[in-house]
Design a protein around this ligand. Structure first.
Ligand SMILES: *[C@@H]1O[C@H](CO)[C@@H](O)[C@H](O)[C@H]1NC(C)=O
Ligand SMILES: *[C@@H]1O[C@H](CO)[C@@H](O)[C@H](O)[C@H]1NC(C)=O
Length: 197
């Protein structure tokens, strides 16, 4: 009798993938959002560049942010190296410039290619970045393809941070209702580094 109970308890630890439970988590996380928000966010309606998605992101800021972050976390979990799981708190759509210059970010610098890949969901938002007149040297953040595995001061890529909001909005507009990233993708720059002299 007890063992059945514990088996069920044990199994239920994996049942976080059950839609109803996720929906409840989403609901509980955003008490300030309107009632319909969790359901719509859960159904993937926050993603993409169509007007209804953009309106939903304004009407349901918390639920949509959670939907975006849950999605990118899934991607970083799938394609990021296991020994860098401590970097997952940085794998977000709403990361701030301040968080990007934190000690954790410093320790996780090698994971930048993974974050960039997952932000883009493996897709390419270069056209959008061009339309917004974001400098060409920053387009690697849009295309999810890095030009080099080592950046230094001369690349002036820290200035790309000024455009991160716009770049992230390009990616949000480019996302499909369901994730498209390649589960078997691995960073071609496992030891990516950024030298600030
Ligand atoms: C980012 O979004 C998450 C919800 O997914 C929220 O908990 C967190 O406070 C947000 N961070 C910032 C800096 O807004
Ligand atoms: C990356 O660095 C680790 C040690 O930090 C090393 O073991 C590994 O061989 C390096 N990989 C590449 C592709 O240079």
């Amino acid at each position: 009798m007890f063992s059945i109970f514990y088996t069920i308890l044990f199994l239920s630890a994996f049942l976080r993938v059950i839609p109803a439970l996720e929906l409840n988590i989403l609901k509980a996380a955003c008490p300030e959002d309107k009632d319909f928000c969790a359901q719509k966010a859960f159904q993937g309606e926050c993603f993409g560049g169509e007007l209804p998605a953009k309106v939903l992101r304004k009407e349901c800021p918390c639920s949509c942010e959670n939907a975006f972050n849950a999605r990118i976390q899934n991607c970083c979990l799938a394609v990021g190296p296991v020994d860098t799981r401590f970097c997952l708190p940085l794998c977000l759509y709403n990361i701030t410039a301040q968080e990007l210059s934190s000690t954790l970010a410093f320790r996780c610098a090698s994971q930048l290619p993974v974050w960039i890949y997952c932000l883009a969901d493996g897709q390419d938002s270069t056209e959008c970045c061009q339309a917004k007149e974001i400098p060409a040297r920053c387009h690697q953040f849009c295309s999810a393809r890095l030009l080099s595995c080592e950046w230094d001061e001369e690349d002036r890529l820290d200035e790309c941070l000024l455009y991160m909001d716009q770049i992230i909005n390009c990616h949000k507009d480019n996302l499909s209702p369901r994730a498209k990233f390649d589960q078997s993708w691995r960073s071609t720059c496992p030891n990516f580094s950024y030298q600030e002299n």
